[in-house]
Structures are given as C-alpha cells and as structure tokens.
Design a protein around this ligand. Structure first.
Ligand SMILES: Cc1cc2nc3c(=O)[nH]c(=O)nc-3n(C[C@H](O)[C@H](O)[C@H](O)COP(=O)(O)OP(=O)(O)OC[C@H]3O[C@@H](n4cnc5c(N)ncnc54)[C@H](O)[C@@H]3O)c2cc1C
Length: 431
C-alpha cells in the first residue's frame, strides 16, 4: 500500500510538476532574466539526454539550450537484439531528433573531446569551445580494455560487441548469416555492473530463434562472468522449452569467466585454463563510464562510474555539472533506458527548480525491463525506487517479476506491452 502511494505521488509529480512551473513562475522569470539567459548544454542526445531535452525545452525561452552529440542518428539499445534476431530492421530503432519540436535549441553534431570543469567549457577536436553555465552529461558507457587478454574493443575484424549505438549491427548480422549447420556461437557475458543486465540472455534467445526459423542447428554457449543473472528462471524455462539443447549457460564458478581471446584461431580461454573454439564469438566487454568522463577527470581515482547527488544528479564536487543515465552509479537502479528516462525527468525538474529558485522535489524512480525470448514472447521485471533516509543513495522499494510460466497468454501479452512501451518511449523523446 505504502509503495503504491509513493508510486502514485511520483507519477503525479512528474506529470504535473513541469506544467505547473511553466504556467506560474515562468512569466515572472522571463521578465527578470531575459538578458541573462544561462547556457544549458546537454552532452549526449541518446535516451537520457533526449529525455532531458524534452523537459528542458519547456523553458527554452528562458535558457540557451544547446545539444551536442557525435551522431546525428540515434540507434537505441532497446530492441537492438530484435534487429540481430531479424525481427526488426535497423531503421525501426534509429531516430533523428525532431528539430521542429525544438525551434529554440542549438544542435551541434561533433564529438566532445574535453570538458573543463573549472573554466566551464566543452572542447572539440578542432579547438572550438562551447561555454556552459549548467552542463548535463548523458554519454552512455565506455569499455574496460584490460579484462580479456587479446581482445580489442575497436578491432574491426572481430564480431562487434554491438553494446552501443556505434556498433555495426549489419556486420554482426552478416557474420551470423554465414554460419552453417552445427556451428558453435559463444557469447561472453560481462561482470556487473553493465548496461541492460538481461540483454546478453535475450541476445542468446533471439539468435537461437533466428536459426530455429532458418532450420539451421547451432549451439549458443554463454560463458558468464557471473554466477547468476536477472530473470534467470524465466530464461531457463523458455530455453528448456523452445531452445532445448541449443543454449547452454556456464556460470563463472564453472568456468564461464573469459580471460583470453585469440581472433585468428577464433578461440577463448577461461580463468581455469580451458579453451573453447567457436565459429562466432561475441564478447560483450566489461563496462565503465564513457570516455569523455575519464578524459575530463570527472571521476575520482579508481572509480569506474560517476558519483552523483541522487536528488539533483549533480556530480559530486561539481555543482554545475549533472550526469544521468548509464555513466552514473545509481546504486540499486540498473543501467537501462527506462532508468535513464526516469532519472532524466527528476534531473530536469530539479534543474528547472534550481533555475527558478524553487524547492527540489523528493524523487521516486521507476524501471521496467522487458526481455524477449521469441518474436511474440516476453517477460519483465519492474521496480520502483526512492532515496534512503540520509538521502545520499537510491534504494529499491520492491520489485515484481513475471511469473515463470509457459502455457499462458500472459507471456504473449507481455510481448505486446514491450512493443507498446518502446513505441511510447521513442515517440515521447525522439519523434
Ligand atoms: C543489447 C541492448 C539491449 C537493451 N535493451 C534495453 C531494454 O529492453 N530496455 C531498457 O530500458 N534498456 C535497454 N538497454 C539499455 C539502454 O540502451 C541504455 O541503458 C540507455 O541507452 C542509456 O541511456 P544513456 O543516455 O545513458 O546512453 P545512450 O542512450 O547510449 O546515449 C549516449 C549518447 O551520447 C553520445 N556521446 C557519447 N560520448 C559523446 C561525446 N564525447 N561527444 C558527443 N556525443 C557523445 C552518443 O553518441 C549517444 O548518442 C539495452 C542496451 C543494449 C546494449
């Protein structure tokens, strides 16, 4: 019951907060600050950045809103496994920000190389600079290079990891498409924390589904750096029914941790010294915050993720720099598009509150994560979150996972919900 009240109050805050501000305070501020508009820069217009843009655009006559992304096209992580599994096209998950909605916004399509947190500017490789009063960074993730000996993140010959919008999905599919009967596919799944925890297992399912439809026998061996994973029982149930003898999962303690890769002989070795030779090896690398964060010294020594204030999303020790999405340590919240969108709403609302000199709202967050096992079967886990009593971390208030079931229409309904969720999200922030 208490959880329900929190949830409802949060949704009410989100739905009403910004509208309320725009009606009452904005006219007042317009007169006061017309000549001193602050520069609000959003770096990264993926899920977190585009969500902030949508909300901050509501006060775009009071601020200079600038959006920077190295890509003009945004290809989403969600549903990218459906593209790999030949259920959707790459074009279905690729979006351009609708500039008609953002008349007052300046867009810069270039890669930011460095953020000077003292002098408050962003620098590009040609030496151009953009000053900011407030900077929101939502740059996604970066990768750890030193976990698997022999593996190079940017090696163009190996199967690409395809764990961000830059990975070549067509090359990935081309490499899959030439596999013949009795091929072995290896997916190496990373250690926590990483973007979208169930996605390696969804990928294994949809690759198996693709070959099953083509009537080609392949085996998918998941070598895991973990001893358990999210929605495990749901995946196991689906695999035992639809992909019997096709998908095999090896936990870390049973030899799943990959430590060596040899591209030339298509071979990996685990930490117990065993070798596995395969026809297709997809290494999903261990992850950390995006490179721009480290290049600009925005994390403390030895930290992999940005530490933030969970009420405002201000980077600790940098009051005018905000970070959202996968590059932050969000404590109990997983790194997902749903989480990034939920965090971005709170960040934007409280940044507007800061600019308008209003009180901050007390945040509550939501996340639902769907996973597909086939074109028309999906299951989910939902959770909601608030701050702990000392208001310095985000903690889970509880979660609810789809029941493990096979002969039920629920799993088919959940697939429909998943398509509906995705359509709503991308319509909301990109179209
Ligand atoms: C296979 C897979 C499946 C997934 N499925 C789901 C799902 O079903 N549900 C779900 O909720 N989440 C899912 N996710 C997770 C989701 O994609 C991420 O959590 C989400 O995109 C995080 O948003 P973000 O804003 O942090 O990063 P992104 O959306 O990656 O955006 C980062 C942006 O920053 C830009 N950028 C980075 N550095 C720079 C720079 N230096 N200069 C200029 N621009 C820069 C990039 O070009 C990019 O546009 C999935 C992810 C993967 C990989």
């Amino acid at each position: 019951m208490i959880k329900d009240i929190h949830k409802r109050k949060f949704i009410f805050n989100l739905l009403t907060g910004i509208t309320y501000i725009s009606l009452s305070k904005l006219l007042f501020l317009k007169k006061v600050n017309a000549k001193n508009k602050p520069n609000v820069v959003i770096l990264g217009s993926g899920i977190g950045g585009a969500s902030c843009l949508k909300y901050l655009n509501k006060i775009s006559d009071l601020i200079n809103l600038i959006v920077i992304d190295k890509n003009k096209k945004i290809r989403t992580g969600p549903f990218s496994n459906l593209v790999i599994g030949d259920i959707m096209e790459e074009a279905d998950i690729t979006f351009f920000l609708n500039k008609k909605k953002y008349n007052n916004v300046k867009f810069i399509f270039d890669e930011a190389k460095y953020i000077d947190s003292n002098k408050k500017f962003i620098e590009f490789s040609d030496g151009n600079k953009i000053n900011f009063d407030y900077l929101i960074i939502s740059p996604g993730i970066g990768y750890k290079e030193n976990i698997i000996d022999g593996y190079r993140i940017n090696d163009k010959v190996s199967v690409p990891h395809c764990w961000d919008g830059d990975g070549d999905l067509n090359y990935f599919k081309k490499r899959l498409g030439v596999l013949e009967n009795n091929s072995l596919i290896i997916i190496s799944s990373p250690d926590y924390p990483y973007r979208c925890p169930p996605a390696p297992y969804e990928r294994a399912s949809l690759i198996s589904n693709y070959f099953k439809k083509k009537k080609i026998n392949v085996k998918v061996l998941i070598l895991d750096s973990k001893d358990s994973f999210t929605k495990q029982q749901n995946f196991f149930k689906e695999w035992s029914f639809y992909y019997k003898n096709t998908i095999e999962w090896v936990s870390r303690k049973n030899g799943g941790k990959v430590v060596f890769f040899d591209r030339k002989s298509n071979l990996v070795k685990n930490d117990q010294g065993e070798s596995f030779k395969a026809d297709f090896i997809n290494i999903i690398p261990d992850q950390k915050a995006a490179p721009i964060i480290f290049n600009s010294n925005l994390v403390s020594n030895n930290d992999d993720w940005c530490q933030i204030n969970p009420i405002t999303f201000q980077l600790i020790n940098f009051k005018d720099i905000y970070v959202v999405g996968d590059s932050i340590n969000a404590w109990d919240m997983p790194k997902s598009a749903f989480s990034a969108n939920s965090q971005a709403k709170v960040l934007s609302l409280n940044l507007i509150n800061r600019i308008l000199e209003k009180d901050y709202i007390d945040p509550v967050f939501l996340n639902t994560c769907y996973s597909f096992s086939k074109d028309d079967r999906a299951f989910s886990i939902s959770a909601w979150y608030r701050l702990n009593s000392s208001e310095d971390r985000i903690v889970s208030l509880g979660s609810s996972e789809s029941q493990v079931r096979l002969n039920s229409t629920e799993t088919i309904k959940e697939a429909k919900h998943a398509y509906g969720w995705y359509k709503t999200l991308v319509n909301d922030i990109f179209l």
